[in-house]
Ligand binder design. Structure first.
Ligand code: BGC
Length: 357
């Protein structure tokens, strides 16, 4: 064997033995995952991706969904602690109710990774893997600003009507997203380029508990009946694909057609939302690659169990009331008719067949 080949072979053996070393260490270690609900597609993908990626590394994985029932999530967490899992990954429904059980986990020496949603008011969380949640709101706001050309409208003294459907008040992400939207749109609301006829602009007035689609639909129905009898709604700024479905139903019920269909935003780029983007009943969604998020969370599990260094890119934004949690933020991307093919299909997230109408 020549020298070059020999060192390549040695390097390969080293890499292989390092990999085996990690796998052997991970083997027998159990990771307990808690996910909020199977009612929305993204969490099903998150759970499946996490499970597959952790199992590939040799971990044993337990995965539970709580169907947006906070008491059920508490008992699932207590169960994992009682069983003595080695690490916990939690996407909370309402993290405030988990605080005591998290303290028990800490007491038992079980590290916790917060997944997508920050775990509030606890010092039991080691790392946080998420998307740039304020960034999600900014991307939505910027999309509205660019698509409607609010600068030109302002100069011409024109205005657009807008209504807001924001996230759950018990989810820290929801206020971040709202603040991001307002980073971009507040000035246009202030000078009348954007007009919210219902007057429901604040987070308190526009948030929707547990991200409930039905509530978004009935809020939209009420707003359309009370405020839009004589004038069309131009923009429905929603924080979640589920809300966009509710808004779509309300708009159809109120007789909106292709002619006057408003700009409708969303989040998660679910299959249904992407189909709606293709058929024009939703304008855009935020794409969050759950494969990437899962891979970041897996590096955090490795860090707490194998003593490796996870990749962190934020140590300032996510204070949970007790500690500032070291975080990796993935970047959100706007998807619409112009780029869904490239991002979602060419990117391997969905197949063409899945998106057939
Ligand atoms: C997530 C969003 C999701 C929402 C509703 C939020 O915490 O960040 O991606 O749309 O929950 O499930």
């Amino acid at each position: 064997m020549n020298k070059k080949l020999m060192s390549a072979a040695m390097a390969a053996t080293m890499v292989a033995s390092m990999a085996i070393g990690t796998t052997a260490f991970a083997e027998g270690e159990t990771v307990g995952i808690l996910m909020p609900t199977q009612s929305s597609e993204r969490w099903i993908n998150d759970g499946a991706n996490m499970k597959a990626q952790l199992e590939e590394k040799g971990y044993t994985v337990e995965l539970q969904y709580a169907e947006d029932d906070t008491a059920q999530q508490v008992s699932q967490l207590e169960n994992y602690v009682g069983k003595g899992v080695n690490c916990l990954v939690i996407a909370a429904i309402d993290s405030d109710v988990l605080v005591n059980a998290e303290a028990q986990a800490k007491e038992a020496g079980i590290p916790i990774i917060a997944y997508d949603r920050l775990l509030m008011n606890t010092d039991a969380v080691s790392y946080y893997a998420t998307f740039d949640n304020r960034g999600v709101g900014q991307v939505i706001g910027q999309y509205i600003k660019d698509t409607k050309d609010l600068e030109a409208a302002r100069k011409a003294g024109e205005s657009y009507t807008i209504e807001f459907f924001m996230g759950s008040p018990d989810d820290n992400n929801a206020l971040f997203l709202y603040n991001g939207v307002m980073d971009v749109l507040q000035e246009y609301l202030d000078d009348g380029t954007l007009v919210c006829k219902s007057g429901r602009v604040s987070f308190e007035d526009t948030c929707i508990l547990r991200w409930d689609q039905q509530t978004a639909q009935s809020n939209c129905e009420n707003i359309l009946t009370a405020n839009y009898a004589d004038e069309d709604l131009d923009i429905a700024c929603t924080a979640f694909d589920g809300f966009a479905y509710g808004v779509k139903a309300a708009l159809q019920g109120a007789g909106y057609t292709e002619e006057n269909w408003p700009l409708v935003t969303g989040q998660d780029s679910e299959v249904m939302a992407t189909k709606n983007i293709i058929n024009g009943t939703q304008t855009m969604s935020i794409y969050k690659d759950t494969r990437l998020l899962a891979s970041k969370a897996v590096t955090m599990v490795d860090a707490v169990l194998q003593g490796t260094e996870p990749e962190i890119n934020d140590t300032e934004q996510y204070n949970n009331g007790v500690i500032t949690v070291p975080t990796y933020m993935c970047t959100p991307v706007a998807v619409d008719q112009s780029n869904y093919q490239e991002i979602l299909i060419d990117g391997g997230y969905y197949t063409e067949d899945q998106l057939a109408q």
